[in-house]
Ligand binder design. Structure first.
Ligand code: AMP
Ligand code: GLY
Length: 421
């Protein structure tokens, strides 16, 4: 079978790598892909943008591709699935209506209320003065969010009302017209990714991302500086609760609204100090870099699960099998990220990291004059598996240290928090 993966990040490299482990998959195409997908055996990059739906449909026919897996939220929110389904192409990823789960925070909030899903209280505003009056009334800490997709830059967790009001002004100045003001939730975050065919929903193992740039969870928000799985904070009992209180009600309401959702439901959760889960946000796709630790632990062939979702046969699938042990992924980033950074730095040491047993997933890399160079803020995700988290941590860092490029930095405390659980 031939599969096309849409996207160019570490998540897409991981999806392609996992698909190629399956005995059923002979070739994976990525569009546009990156330096990692360009150099992996049986993997080929196509030069089509993620929103070139017509070009993608043509390539599917030309290369005899059986399944399209969509990585990023943007093509999903633009309706890639609707377009490809109209052309009778099997696609894993929700349609435009389903992608609102991520593309509109207010739509997702309304769905959570209808489904009685535990979440932070919030109010939506189209007027800055009203938003500020509400902030004064509620007091800080409080959270201000842009309603639409903002690549991680649309959320401000404000510790004072002044900061929150400044966030309102700043988001309006940046052109966001609808804002969501939300109750601050204390606790520890976890990511639960689940796959669904619109009828049945099955969780993957829980993971935890490190969104802040600095060690000890300090500094600016990033796309994610590292992950680990399974996350011990999500106990089997808590996972049961998330299944019945979050995942199943989400699918029930989507169905009730006539939305045939076939893809990933990603629940970003805050686990309160007393162990109660609340949904911070939904995403409509695999997490990045959560995928880099979840899929390497998957034992069931990924294509079987994804195809079962596209064919609405997930209920007939045997239970998902997982490898024992844990995975840790450390992101190697460009100096300056998440602010401005330079590109085109030559990367060395990947072979050495691989020889030590780590898997190096490329995120922002490209080939230039026959050399692997940096082309993004998050450059590589280095994943190691171990018998447990401590073992995986001990394996991943020497591998990270053998890689270098000018300005490279990474967090040295990935997964350390989990050791206390
Ligand atoms: P989001 O894009 O909605 O996940 O928000 C980005 C990050 O902001 C989350 O991963 C949390 O760390 C933080 N955050 C969002 N909403 C809240 C909230 N209601 N309370 C506390 N932190 C939040
Ligand atoms: N790791 C956060 C995200 O994928 O949105």
């Amino acid at each position: 079978m031939k599969v096309l993966v849409v996207g160019n990040g570490g998540r897409e490299h991981t999806i392609a790598w996992t698909l190629l482990k399956s005995p059923n998959v002979e070739t994976v195409y990525c569009t546009p892909g990156n330096g990692g997908t360009a150099t992996m055996a049986n993997c080929f990059n196509l030069n089509l943008a993620v929103d070139d739906f017509q070009g993608i449909a043509q390539s599917v026919a030309e290369y005899n591709i059986s399944l399209v897996v969509v990585g990023p939220e943007i093509p999903l929110s633009l309706g890639i699935t609707d377009y490809l389904q109209e052309h009778n192409i099997a696609v894993f990823g929700p349609n435009k209506a389903g992608a609102q789960l991520e593309s509109s925070k207010s739509w997702a909030k309304e769905l959570m209320i209808q489904a009685r899903i535990p979440t932070a209280k919030s109010v939506t505003f189209n007027n800055g003065d009203l938003a500020k009056a509400h902030i004064e009334q509620e007091d800080a800490p409080i959270v201000v969010k842009a309603d639409t997709l903002a690549a991680g830059k649309g959320v401000i967790v404000a510790m004072t009302t002044e900061e929150a009001k400044a966030a309102v002004d700043s988001l309006l100045e940046q052109g966001f017209t609808t804002l969501v003001v939300e109750e601050f939730l204390a606790g520890e975050e976890a990511s639960v990714l689940a796959i669904t065919d619109g009828e049945t929903i099955r969780p993957l193992i829980p993971s935890q991302d490190h969104k802040r740039v600095g060690e000890g969870d300090r500094g600016k928000n990033t796309g994610g500086m590292g992950t680990y799985a399974p996350a011990p904070i999500v106990t089997p009992e808590l996972m049961e609760q998330i299944q019945t209180e979050v995942l199943e009600p989400t699918i029930a309401v989507l169905k009730q609204r006539g939305i045939d959702y076939r893809g990933v439901v990603y629940a970003g959760l805050m686990i309160s100090p007393t162990g109660e889960p609340k949904v911070l946000e939904f995403n409509c796709r695999f997490g990045d870099p959560e995928t880099q630790v979840v899929l390497p632990l998957l034992d069931t062939p990924l294509d079987e699960l994804l195809i079962a979702c596209t064919q609405k046969q997930l209920a007939q699938q045997p239970p998902i099998k997982w490898k024992t042990g844990s995975a840790v992924c450390v992101v190697a980033a460009s100096g300056g990220y998440p602010d401005a950074y330079e590109k085109g730095k030559v990367i060395s040491g990947i072979e050495s990291a691989t020889a030590q047993g780590a898997v190096v997933f490329h995120a922002g890399t490209a080939f230039k004059d026959n050399q692997l160079v940096t082309s993004g803020g998050r450059v590589l995700g280095i994943t190691a598996l171990g018998n447990n988290l401590k073992d995986a941590i001990a394996k991943v860092y020497p591998a990270v240290e053998s890689i270098s490029f000018e300005g490279m930095y990474y967090r040295r405390d990935i997964a350390h928090k989990a050791l206390n659980h």
